[in-house]
Design a protein around this ligand. Structure first.
Ligand code: F6R
Length: 239
């Protein structure tokens, strides 16, 4: 079932998502949070950090990571996760994983990541942004709705969107490792956030469009508890 919350501003969205996270993490002694990078979740991390909770026992699994960047690159998601999430929330960096950060062969990185998630007992709550292409994680249009963590190519639209974090679009990696749509759907609760008019078509397709791999985010319609938190602009194309 999909629940939709239309909020006045991003701070409100952050507070609602933080409430959902606190509730989900309270159900286990060693809970697991699914992390998203990008701009959208920043108000969530800010709202959660404000609560000064002891989150040192929480395990984290990021949705995705670029491939082919030198270790420690400031825009690699390992570095972004440590800077934007692990530090402000007081997570234990050793309990937080990003795909491919174990130094093993790239070809089997997806299988190893899936095994690590399973060993942690699955993900209790997954935070999601959405791309203009309708991607969740880096599952671009055409991704199998049953997909698991694997190597993928980024679309030109997503590389253009993410060029704002790099000196030029040529510096944006062409490939990534991403949790699959099947991986994402296994999480106990999904919380998808979107802000701004540029996300409105993707939000409408995800929530009200047909279930189709042309809009990977439409897969959330299959989930028993998906909460979509949007501002007025991102909600503007909902019926
Ligand atoms: C990030 C991720 C992506 C982003 C999406 C939106 O880990 O998996 O799906 O959530 O590209 O990015 P922002 O929030 O920067 O608009």
């Amino acid at each position: 079932m999909t629940e939709i919350a239309i909020v006045d501003d991003q701070a409100d969205a952050g507070r609602i998502a933080a409430d959902l996270i606190v509730a989900a993490l309270g159900r286990r002694t060693d809970p697991t949070l699914g992390l998203a990078t990008g701009s959208t979740p920043l108000p969530v991390w800010a709202a959660l950090a404000e609560r000064s909770l002891d989150l040192s026992a929480v395990r984290g699994f990021a949705l995705d990571e670029y491939v082919g960047m030198p270790d420690g690159h400031p825009e690699s998601y390992r570095v972004v996760v440590d800077r934007d999430i692990v530090g402000p929330l007081g997570l234990d960096p050793a309990r937080v994983r990003v795909p491919g950060d174990d130094g093993g062969p790239l070809a089997e990185a997806g299988e190893r990541y899936e095994a690590a998630i399973a060993a942690a007992g699955g993900i209790d709550l997954q935070i999601l942004g959405i791309g203009r292409t309708g991607h969740i994680g880096f599952n671009e249009p055409g991704s199998s709705l049953a997909s698991r963590t694997r190597l993928k190519a980024l679309t030109p639209a997503t590389r253009a969107d993410n060029a704002r974090f790099f000196d030029s679009i040529d510096d944006v990696p062409t490939h990534c490792l991403t949790q699959g749509i099947g991986t994402i759907l296994d999480a106990g609760v999904l919380v998808l956030l979107a802000f701004g008019e540029s996300k409105a078509p993707a939000v409408a397709a995800a929530v009200e469009g047909p279930l189709t791999s042309s809009c990977p985010a439409s897969a959330i319609q299959l989930h028993r508890r998906a909460v979509v938190i949007v501002d007025e602009a991102a909600a503007s194309q909902l019926e």
